[in-house]
Write a protein that binds this ligand. Structure first.
Ligand SMILES: Cc1cc2nc3c(=O)[nH]c(=O)nc-3n(C[C@H](O)[C@H](O)[C@H](O)COP(=O)(O)OP(=O)(O)OC[C@H]3O[C@@H](n4cnc5c(N)ncnc54)[C@H](O)[C@@H]3O)c2cc1C
Length: 467
């Protein structure tokens, strides 16, 4: 049988190679380190963790990444098995001994009879003779390969100074203070005239907010992060440093908006724009920031209507290489323009170690199923993995004003899941409120995911073969 080629032995590529080999298909894993290093990797080990050593929460009932851990374990994930074996104490989180973890992943792949490891850079498009390839070269993809992919996609950019704005769960916004309206009620193509959620500030609230932004603790740039950013995506605290009124004339301008809750004219307005097709997530327009995470939560909750905001993702700035996946990839992660190429990991626009490995897991299974000639069955969108892959390959909606690059990297979170058909009730049938309601909703979402994954596993030929 012709081997499948996996390019990049990081979190996604290592998992993809493992899944392919476990399905009985030979695989060649191409990793350029140590011959050529990236700006962040320090070792020759596969699945090196470049920064923190945490896989985040391991709670499969109350946290989307915990649920993702559980699903990956069920699907025979190498990354999760090695993570579990090299766990270090970290409360409710799964944190790992990074060297022990990476050594274990490397040893498992080196020992697998169907895996060949080629320590060389793939410095351009993979040769035509490779008829099935998983590209998993991550946020720091080598320039030669990045340029070749760019030429293939017809996009204008692939590597970005990733200026990301926070994303808020819609149901945590206080609509007693906020309201839906588009500026000047413009409907535009595909809009209704009431597409944005608006949060108004009076003068005192605005001044206090600017003081907080100026005083807030910022993260420092790492030396290698020298990609320029453009004026169009300046962090809000940098704008505030340029003048106390700059934000009021930029992303927080109050014009064309009328607060229905009060006759008072807004002094400044924060707008949030729908971020996913489900309408469960809204991003803070123009609020890219390099404030520290704790500071972001504290300062953004000063905004009227966002006092109880739950963030699906906080803002940040770093270099990143990722595809405009919703446009370029099909539901099984193949590039539409060249289906022999599949993509996995952070280059597809997911964010995080676990998410990258999860997308690698599915890319590996999709590639193996295709090679074996068995049906490719996408995961239900109600599972954590299905929700994540759906977001990457189609769930995200492009916004008119930001265009295709409104697609931004994303951690797994409950906002990506289709809403429950019925709100959970208390055992005696009463409506739940507050923290009890949130807990019950998460429990119901995760129970539904487990049931749907079990049903999918029962039918999926590759999964059965692999277990
Ligand atoms: C500086 C930085 C810090 C981060 N910190 C965190 C964090 O703390 N927590 C978190 O969850 N996520 C973090 N991330 C985000 C992300 O989750 C990780 O980058 C994650 O490792 C992505 O997994 P991946 O498999 O897609 O890429 P990687 O793990 O980076 O793997 C890609 C592999 O491809 C290889 N490669 C690249 N180009 C080629 C080529 N042409 N030929 C052959 N091999 C190639 C690389 O050497 C690398 O081994 C961070 C990202 C960066 C850049």
């Amino acid at each position: 049988m012709n081997p499948i080629h996996v390019v990049g032995g990081g979190l996604a590529g290592s998992e993809a190679a493992w899944q392919i080999a476990q399905a009985g298909v030979p695989v060649v894993l191409h990793e350029m380190r140590p011959e050529r290093m990236t700006e962040a990797h320090r070792t020759r080990g596969l699945a090196e963790l470049v920064c923190s050593n945490s896989f985040r929460s391991d709670d499969a009932n109350a946290n989307a990444v915990g649920l993702l851990h559980q699903e990956m374990r069920r699907l025979g994930s190498l990354i999760m098995a090695c993570g579990d074996r090299h766990q270090v104490p970290a409360g409710g989180a799964l944190a790992v001994d990074r060297d022990g973890f990476s050594d274990a992943v490397t040893a498992a792949l080196e020992a697998h009879p169907l895996v060949t490891i080629d320590r060389a850079e793939v410095a351009g498009l993979p040769p035509d003779t490779w008829d099935s390839v998983v590209v998993a070269t991550g946020p720091l993809t080598s320039p030669a390969l990045a340029e070749a992919i760019l030429a293939l996609t017809g996009e204008t950019s692939l590597a970005f100074f990733d200026a990301i704005a926070p994303i808020v769960h819609r149901d945590s916004i206080d609509m007693g203070k906020a309201w839906f309206q588009s500026r000047y009620d413009k409907a535009g193509p595909g809009g209704t005239g009431a597409d944005y959620i608006n949060c108004a500030m009076n003068r005192d609230e605005y001044e206090a907010f600017i003081d907080a932004l100026l005083a807030g603790e910022k993260t420092e740039f790492k030396e290698w992060e020298n990609t320029p950013y453009f004026d169009g995506c300046l962090p809000i605290e940098v704008m505030a440093e340029r003048g106390r009124e700059t934000l009021r004339h930029g992303p927080m301008k109050p014009v064309g908006l009328t607060n229905p809750h009060t006759p008072e004219r807004p002094y400044a307005v924060v707008q949030l724009r729908q971020d996913n097709a489900l309408g469960t997530l809204f991003n803070m327009v123009g609020f890219q920031t390099k404030l520290k995470y704790g500071e972001q939560s504290r300062i953004f909750r000063m905004i009227p209507g966002l006092e109880g905001a739950e963030f699906a993702r906080l803002g940040g700035l770093h270099r990143n290489t990722y595809l405009n996946s919703p446009r370029l990839l099909d539901p099984t992660l193949r590039m539409k323009a060249q289906p022999r190429l599949r993509f996995a990991g952070q280059i597809t626009g997911c964010e995080g170690y676990v998410e990258s490995a999860a997308v690698g897991l599915m890319a590996g299974r999709f590639a193996a199923a295709e090679r074996l000639g068995v049906p490719l069955r996408p995961l239900p969108h109600t599972t954590a993995m299905g929700a994540l892959i759906n977001h990457i390959t189609g769930g995200h909606i492009e916004t008119i004003d930001e265009g295709p690059r409104s697609f931004q990297p994303m951690n797994v979170n409950f906002g990506l899941f289709p809403p429950l058909e019925r709100a959970p009730k208390s055992p005696d049938g009463k409506r739940l409120r507050g923290a009890g309601k949130t807990r019950a909703k998460k429990q119901a979402l995760t129970d539904r995911a487990r049931a749907d994954l079990a049903a999918w596993l029962g039918r999926d030929v590759v999964s059965v073969a692999a277990e």
